[in-house]
Design a protein around this ligand. Sequence first.
Ligand code: TYM
Length: 339
Amino acid sequence: MRVVSGIQPTGKPHLGNYLGAIVNYVKLQDEAHASGGRCFIFLADLHAISQPHDPTELAANTREMTATLVACGVDPAKTVLFNQAQVPAHAELQWLLNGTARMGWLNRMTQWKDKAGKNREGQSVALFTYPVLQAADVLLYQATHVPVGEDQKQHLELARDIAQKFNNDFCSDKDPTFTLPEPYIPPAAARIMSLRDGTAKMSKSDPSDMSRISLTDSPETIMKKVKKARTDPEPLPSEEAGLEGRAEAKNLVGIYAALTGRTAGDVLAEHGGQGFGVFKPALGELLAETLKPINARFAELKNDGEALDAILARGASQAREEGRDTLAHAYRALGLVRG
Ligand code: TYM
């Protein structure tokens, strides 16, 4: 079992990142640790430069996101925790894979289409080739499990396509360079939606802070945001089918389910018939309780830049070691001569 995933150190991590991905980093880290596997979690700082950014903020966010991950339970003693920029093999392997990835594949990526919008010509080349770097990230460590939210599924399918084509084109059946990675997507929290619009994903880049719960929000802020969340006037149904066409209600029930480790059906069996005047405070309290210990741990860690840098340096040194053989294999397969 080789678990690999990354998160961009841009903006503040939010509930979608937590329930969609970070919770599973911790779950799979523990499973990998118990079964003699390996877990790699990294800050995708190289991905972060694909869009306009402030260098000072990127450096600060990289440390802050490291503190957040540790506060959420990513344990540097069990997980190789690092930032891409300290492991040149990510960028190297991306270049090697650029020879295999097809323009048509990248052109079909919905994230590229969404982020570029009508202004494709004005985007950085990095934004276009972003998914190839993401493929390099996971293939470098022979990932088997990749914990992500639903929005990254297409990128993971592309990573599989690239791995398969590379293995077919350049390797013998007995000696493939890459393992095909599987996405690991949580059923209840695959896509946490904005609190202001049940059809839009909760996202770091939404201009409205009321659209998301940040992991560092105070209990009062959390309660305020949940109470102000957009909903319809109907009470909750008692079965899941009754959530059809009620995106906002479905989202809040999904969040409640993910936080308690239950299904939406179970949550409705208990809360069905309640109006939002009752359900929202219950959800707000549950959220505040869940995030309280994370907040406390984050506050302890965030100002200890030296400790955070030490975690990243140690993780990077392990990652450089772990990626070495696969990178060498890829160079060899391509017929590139290295001393
Ligand atoms: P990023 O930084 O946007 O998000 C980090 C993780 O959080 C998940 N996520 C969500 N899950 C559920 N609901 C939401 N509203 C929500 N918003 C974000 C994302 O699916 C992701 O798992 N390209 C990646 C970073 C990356 C990566 C990788 C991931 C780079 N290389 C290799 C996996 C493997 C990204 O921008 O995630």
